[in-house]
Design a protein around this ligand. Sequence first.
Ligand SMILES: Nc1nc(=O)c2c([nH]1)NC[C@@H]1CN(c3ccc(C(=O)N[C@@H](CCC(=O)O)C(=O)O)cc3)C=[N+]21
Length: 283
Amino acid sequence: MGHIINGKQIAAQTQVSITERIEAFTAETGVKPGLTVVLVGEDQASQVYVRNKEKRAVAAGINSAVIRLEATTSEAELLAVVEQLNQAEEVHGILVQLPLPKTIDADKVLDRISPLKDVDGFHPINVGNLAIGKEAFVPCTPAGIIRLIKSTGETIAGKEAVVVGRSNIVGKPVAQLLLQENATVTIAHSRTTDLAAVTKRADILVVATGLAKFIKKEHLKPGAIVIDVGMDRDENNRLCGDVDFDDCIDVAGYLTPVPGGVGPMTITMLLENTLISAERHTN
Ligand SMILES: Nc1nc(=O)c2c([nH]1)NC[C@@H]1CN(c3ccc(C(=O)N[C@@H](CCC(=O)O)C(=O)O)cc3)C=[N+]21
């Protein structure tokens, strides 16, 4: 039986130390870190997620605001909101919730967020700086994944890490971070020939495919650390991951559950990035 990585608990523990750091920062500077989330439209999953983020930000001592815009908001209107937030002194972190309505060019919006307030780490400047190992906002989900891997106490350096999925928000940046940690990194994807042969080499397997219960025990090297980034629905419309948990738990050494794994840690890293931004903006 593999160990379950309790993301919810690790996220809560990490939040305690971030809350203490925020308290000390605010006591010293008189400044409260500020995070503004922009939500366009009524996407149900996004609403739940934004509410969770807001609750946890407030609990950590962050000045949290949510700007809710109609689904019919034009690209120009959204860009104007972003511009205003770039200028607002009390706002240290800006997060425009994805996905955006199809009428809006998401890349154009992300490009317009000040890289100094881009707590998502999605701006090309931050993406580039991460790739060349310079100071950058690290995307929250990948940053959280590294923390969860480290929570096992196993070393990353020298290990075979396989990332399944090559998205700009998870696959590519988590591969960069694993490389920074001196893993030997392979990125597999939908066009990979014989996926199982590749994933079976992994001491550390990160799965971000968006396919419910896609990874089975046949994909695993026994004892592997398996991180499930999926947020899918199973045949009963219940939340599940990209990894078939019940099938894999006896073969994996460590496995993250869904829910209660990567998700809670993503929010913690957002709070930390907001604090880091506030520190950089205050001197
Ligand atoms: N600009 C932007 N940045 C994001 O980081 C971003 C985004 N847009 N759009 C949506 C996705 C999704 N995402 C989640 C983060 C945490 C949970 C989370 O905390 N999940 C909990 C609860 C799940 C539940 O019970 O509904 C869990 O996994 O245990 C979920 C989803 C961030 N995203």
